[in-house]
Design a binder for this molecule. Structure first.
Ligand code: ADP
Ligand code: MG
Length: 239
C-alpha cells in the first residue's frame, strides 16, 4: 500500500474512489498479449505514461473512470487499449450489427486523430474502426457504417445523432463508452447531444471520461452518466 502511494506520488497523481486497481509501471504488467505488446513497441513506446499506468488497470477492471491530465499525456491509448481488450472479451454473438466501443470527441480533427491512433492497434486483431464527423460527406459515412462490421466507432456527437436517425448505425451493442475532451465538448455546446446519446446506451456499460480540466459542469455530467467512478487526476491541471 505504501509502495503504491509512493508510485502515485512520484507521478504527481491523485486518485479517488474505493478499491482502485494498482498502478502498473511497465507495459508487461498490464496483462496484454504479445500481439498488442508488439504493436505498442512498434510505435516506439518504451514505457507507459503516468495516466496510462493508472487508468489502464482501472479500465481493465471494468470500472467507470474519470481521467484528468494535460494534453499530450497519452490519454488516447489509455482508453483505446482496454477498449480493444473489452471487444476481444465479447462473445461472438455480440459481434456484428453495430459497434461495441464508442468514443465521442468534440471536433473532426480530434475524432480523426483518435481514429488513426485506434486503428494502429485494432488492426492487429482485425477489429474494424470507423469515424464519423461533421464536414465530410454524410453519404460516404453512411455507406461505411452500413457496409462494414464496425466494432469501434469514433464520432462527434451531432454527426453520430444524424447517422442514427439515418439508420446507418445504432447504439444497441455499445458497452464501452468514452467521452474524450469532455470539457471541450461542453464548451462547444454539445452537452444536450452528449446526454441524449448517453441516455440511449444500455445501462450495463462502462464509461470513461477524459478531460484536461474538471469544472463544475463536468462534475455534474459525471454524476449523471458515470457509475461509481474512479477519479485519476495527474499534475497541476485545472479546477
Ligand atoms: P492526450 O490525449 O493526453 O493529449 P495523446 O493520446 O494524443 O495525448 O498522446 C500524445 C502523443 O504521445 C501521441 O503522439 C502518442 O502516440 C504518444 N504516446 C502515447 N503513449 C505513449 C507512450 N507510452 N510513450 C511514448 N509516447 C506515447
Ligand atoms: Mg486526447
Amino acid at each position: 500500500e505504501e509502495q503504491i502511494n509512493q508510485i502515485r506520488k512520484d507521478l504527481d497523481m491523485w486518485v479517488s474512489g474505493h478499491d482502485v486497481a494498482k498502478p502498473c509501471i511497465s507495459f508487461g504488467h498490464f496483462g496484454f498479449d504479445d500481439r498488442l505488446i508488439n504493436a505498442i513497441i512498434k510505435q516506439g513506446f518504451t514505457e507507459p505514461t503516468g495516466i496510462q499506468r493508472q487508468a489502464i488497470p482501472v479500465a481493465l477492471s471494468g470500472r467507470d473512470l474519470i481521467g484528468v491530465a494535460k494534453t499530450g499525456s497519452g490519454k488516447t491509448a489509455s482508453f483505446v487499449w482496454p477498449m480493444i481488450i473489452h471487444i476481444l472479451d465479447q462473445p461472438e454473438l455480440e459481434k456484428g450489427d453495430g459497434p461495441i466501443g464508442l468514443i465521442l470527441a468534440p471536433t473532426r480533427e480530434l475524432a480523426h486523430q483518435i481514429y488513426v491512433e485506434a486503428k494502429k492497434f485494432a488492426k492487429v486483431y482485425n477489429i474494424k474502426v470507423a469515424a464519423v464527423y461533421g464536414g465530410d460527406s454524410k453519404a460516404d459515412q453512411f455507406k461505411e457504417l452500413r457496409n462494414g462490421h464496425v466494432e469501434i466507432l469514433v464520432a462527434t456527437p451531432g454527426r453520430l445523432i444524424d447517422m442514427i436517425k439515418m439508420k446507418a448505425t445504432n447504439l444497441r451493442k455499445i458497452t464501452y463508452l468514452v467521452l474524450d475532451e469532455a470539457d471541450r465538448m461542453l464548451d462547444l455546446g454539445f452537452e444536450p447531444q452528449v446526454r441524449s446519446i448517453c441516455n440511449n446506451i444500455r445501462p450495463d456499460r462502462q464509461v470513461l471520461m477524459f478531460s484536461a480540466t474538471f469544472p463544475k459542469r463536468i462534475e455534474k455530467l459525471t454524476r449523471d452518466v458515470l457509475n461509481d467512478p474512479v477519479k485519476i487526476h495527474i499534475g497541476n491541471v485545472g479546477a
